[in-house]
Design a protein around this ligand. Structure first.
Ligand code: NI
Length: 171
């Protein structure tokens, strides 16, 4: 495994549609390992291959239960409900914005052994899958903001949340 530099939004590879993987071989397994190590080090809840400069449809997502999914050619085959919340991106460091996503998604893809898998997720994990799949199509969360006004510094949102929690505790 190796840590790889994470590219930021101005890099053109992040705006390209990544290519389908035709065969899951050892190079793809190494790619999944590198994505996993780089995601955990960042730390982040997901990472797409084009974020480390590899324009292939491969991504990793860390679930709520800390399980890590490495997926090849992932696609959403079913979705349900809506969730609206803040999200950020390792390729857009320091900023978060409000994005509407499906509440539940079923993602189909191949795992590191080339076996077809279907993963059902909800809430934060479902948001992470949708965010990573967007990356593979060259889409960033800033393209999906409910409003540009919701784009803000991470520290600003955290301070606001602390104040809200304090107000709730005292009220
Ligand atoms: Ni991202």
């Amino acid at each position: 495994m190796a840590l790889r530099p994470i590219l930021t939004f101005e890099h053109p590879v992040l705006r390209e549609k990544a290519k389908k993987v035709s065969r899951v071989d050892t190079s793809i397994q190494r790619l999944i390992d590198d994505l996993t190590e780089t995601m955990l080090d960042a730390p982040g809840a997901g990472l797409a291959a084009n974020q480390i400069g590899v324009p292939l449809r491969v991504c990793v997502v860390k679930g709520d239960d800390n399980q890590i999914w490495g997926l090849v050619n992932p696609e959403i085959v079913k979705h349900d409900g809506v969730q609206v919340g803040y999200e950020g991106c390792l390729s857009y460091p320091g900023w978060v914005g409000e994005v509407a996503r499906h509440e539940t998604v079923v993602v189909k893809g191949r795992n590191r052994r080339g076996k077809e898998v279907r993963i059902k997720s909800t809430g934060f994990t479902a948001r992470a899958f949708q965010h990573e799949l967007d990356h593979l199509d060259g889409v960033l969360f800033i393209d999906r903001l409910t409003s540009l006004d919701t784009l803000r510094r991470v520290e600003e949102l955290e301070a606001e949340e602390r104040e809200a929690a304090a107000a709730a505790a005292s009220g």
